[in-house]
Design a protein around this ligand. Structure first.
Ligand SMILES: [Zn+2]
Length: 263
């Protein structure tokens, strides 16, 4: 299995056959493009290719974002917005997520998410100086899959999700919140004169990323509050218990593959 993309030529050929009045089955047979894709293009032509510049995606190919594994993508997006960056290599792009060596379960989960989003490849985990492990993978498609990539630091530029990304985040809000908390969050158990209480804190310098995090919490009906300029905190017992259902301590992160079987 590979990341599904279609070329501009395929799209143009399908569009021509639709205009000629062929049905979807016939078009699929002639072009080799799956019937479901032909149907989607028929109903809803991708804006990047329908009469506009064919370079709607940075690689010049058309991505079928609907085919992405949503949970893995939402988690990876959260990790990327927290501690990830994309850099240009000679021939490709490299996504790196900086993880803390103290939490091997998070490193493993991050690798699983990258491998699920980019099937057929294997993300590497390389120890850097200090306590930092870079989980990384090369692909020409990172700027397509993470269009928030841009020059400069994330907190100095606008971070706005594409509609297809927002749809995935809305469907997989827990995974998105988990990715953000695994990168820029922490869980603290406070002992107040013998009374233990759990708190979560999320720290990021981007106002836009704060907005994405708190919107996902709102969707999950988890109350939060802005405890300082860069920090969002979750204090209330019911709220931290709800987060503990799918976040919990960082040293016992649940593998990606074993999260969604219980539904
Ligand atoms: Zn691409």
């Amino acid at each position: 299995m590979e990341l599904v993309t279609r070329s501009v030529d395929e799209f143009n050929q399908v569009s021509q056959l639709i205009a000629d009045g062929l049905n979807n089955c016939a078009i699929a047979r002639i072009t080799g493009v799956p019937r479901e894709t032909v149907r989607d293009w028929c109903r809803n032509p991708p804006r990047s290719l329908a009469g506009e510049s064919p370079s709607g995606s940075p690689c010049g190919r058309l991505h079928e974002f609907d085919a992405l594994p949503e949970g893995a993508y939402a988690y990876l997006l959260g990790m990327y917005l927290g501690d990830g960056w994309i850099s240009r290599d000679r021939r490709s792009w490299r996504l790196r997520i900086a993880c803390d060596a103290k939490y091997p379960a998070i490193i493993e989960r991050c690798r699983q998410a990258i491998d699920a989003v980019m099937p057929g490849q294997m993300a590497s985990a390389v120890k850097r100086k200090g306590n930092c492990v870079d989980v990384s993978l090369y692909s020409q498609h990172w700027p397509c899959l993470l269009p928030q990539h841009g020059p400069g630091r994330k907190h100095n530029r606008r971070i706005v999700l594409q509609p297809w990304q927002q749809a995935i985040v809305d469907n997989e809000a827990e995974e998105f919140v988990l990715g953000l908390l695994h990168s820029d969050g922490c869980r603290v158990v406070a002992n107040d004169r013998g009374v233990m209480s759990t708190r979560y804190h999320f720290s990021n310098r981007s106002e836009d990323i704060h907005g994405l995090f708190t919107a996902a919490l709102d969707l999950l009906e988890i109350p939060w509050r802005r405890s300082s300029r860069y920090i969002v905190s979750i204090y209330r017992k019911a709220a931290t218990e709800r987060l503990d259902e799918f976040v919990g301590p960082k040293d016992s992160a649940v593998p990606l593959s074993s999260v969604h079987y219980a539904a």
